[in-house]
Every structure is written in C-alpha cells, then in structure tokens.
Design a protein around this ligand. Structure first.
Ligand code: CA
Length: 233
C-alpha cells in the first residue's frame, strides 16, 4: 500500500484545519482542505478523497447537508467533527450516513487512529469484493458473507460497511440475542464511548433498506429490554 491516502478536511476554522493538516501530512497522508460547505461538497464529489473529515457548523451549507449530499453519490468514509456534548449532532450525523464521529476537542492521536481504522475498513471492503462468493440464503434475502453483498428479491442493496458488518454478525448467529453493548464491542470493534444509540441508529437504517416495512421488521428483530437478533421470516 504505497499510494498515499487522500484526506479531505472540511472545516471553516483555519486554526483547527491547519493543525489537523499538519499532523496528517506528518503521518504520510495527502491532505486537501475546504473552508465552507459548498466548496467541501464540490471537492468531496470531484477530488476523490479516501476519507472526509467533516465539521458540522460550516458557512453556506452545514455538515449534515454536505454529508447527505455526498451519500447520494458516494460511499467514501465520513468522519464527523462534532461539538462537545451535542449528542443530537452525533445521532443525526450517523442517520445521514456518516461512518463515525469524533467530539471536539479531540487529541491528534485519537483522530489519526480513527482515520486509519475507517480507511482500513474501506480497504477491507474493496478486497472483499474480489473474494470468492459465500452466499447464504435467507428466503428473499441473500447475503454474500465474503463479498459484502446483499440482495433482496434479486436486487442488490446498497449498505454501508458498518450496516453490512452488523447484518453479517447477526445473520451468522441466527436467533441469538445480543445487547447493544455487545454489538458495539463486536461489530464496531473499539472503544466507542459507550454510545449505544449508534447501534440503534444503524439498526434503523438497516431495517429501512432490508425490510418490506421497517416498523414491522421480519429479519432484524428487537428483544425488548435486551437487544437485537436476526431471524428468518
Ligand atoms: Ca465550524
């Protein structure tokens, strides 16, 4: 992996942007910057970044809007930079398709660890697409466990990596109930500041893509007071 990974920083506070850029360049990343939402969206769609660091409060177009618009066209990993204690920001960002978030103020070491983790996941996804198929059949739903592909009634569903990994984890363990904490640890795989709503948000997004009627799910079921499990309809 000699090729430098390209990071796009969309952040209007130049002092923050500069220090992030300085540290990422030192780590061997190729860094591009945008200082407002409009410019950021344009670069996100045209410059082909490997990961986007996206601030929430931005001139012209806020980070949520940028996130939503990028997601219409691209599955590039998005790491939202959210203000401290603004819980609503995190959940909204994840609902709009962000892959991860980090709360300001953050340490550079943590930021870089998050960036690397998210890029590794994308690389894994790309390499998985060349792997031999391993299709498991769940009625109308087919999951290719190796190639990270999901089809329903023969139609491919567009899942993010996290959504796929959660589905795969549950589907490989049919009818076993897992708590949100367990899923956070097993699927997200690193200390996630115990924000278990991340799991709920991802389940909700998965259901919207997977289920005929997401308010009466047939595949990903809730065990009230305990957690979630996968079942065949
Ligand atoms: Ca800002």
């Amino acid at each position: 992996m000699d090729e430098k990974k390209k990071i796009l920083i969309i952040e209007d506070e130049k002092s923050i942007s500069d220090i992030i850029k300085f540290n990422l360049v030192k780590e061997g990343f190729d860094v591009d910057t945008a200082y407002d939402g409009r410019e950021g969206l344009q670069k996100a769609l045209n410059a082909g970044p490997d990961l986007i660091l996206l601030d929430v409060m931005l001139p012209y177009m806020d980070g949520f809007e940028v996130c939503r618009k990028v997601r219409e066209k691209s599955s590039v990993p998005i790491l939202m930079l959210t203000a401290k204690e603004e819980e609503v920001d995190k959940v909204l960002g994840l609902e709009l398709g962000a892959d991860d978030y980090i709360t300001k103020p953050f340490g550079m070491r943590e930021l870089i660890a998050r960036i690397k983790a998210n890029i590794r996941r994308t690389d894994l996804m790309v390499s998985k697409q060349e792997a031999p198929s391993d299709v498991k059949d769940f009625g109308a739903l087919e999951i290719d466990m190796n190639r990270y592909e999901v089809r329903k009634n023969g139609q491919t569903l567009e899942l993010t990596l996290r959504e796929f990994e959660l589905l795969k984890y549950l589907a490989e363990r049919e009818n076993r109930v897992f708590s949100r904490e367990q899923l956070l640890e097993e699927v997200w795989g690193y200390e996630y500041y115990g924000d278990i709503r991340t799991v709920d948000v991802t389940v909700r997004r998965l259901r919207e893509k997977l289920e005929d009627n997401s308010s009466e799910p047939q595949y990903i079921l809730t065990k009230r007071g305990i957690g979630y499990y996968f079942a065949r309809p």
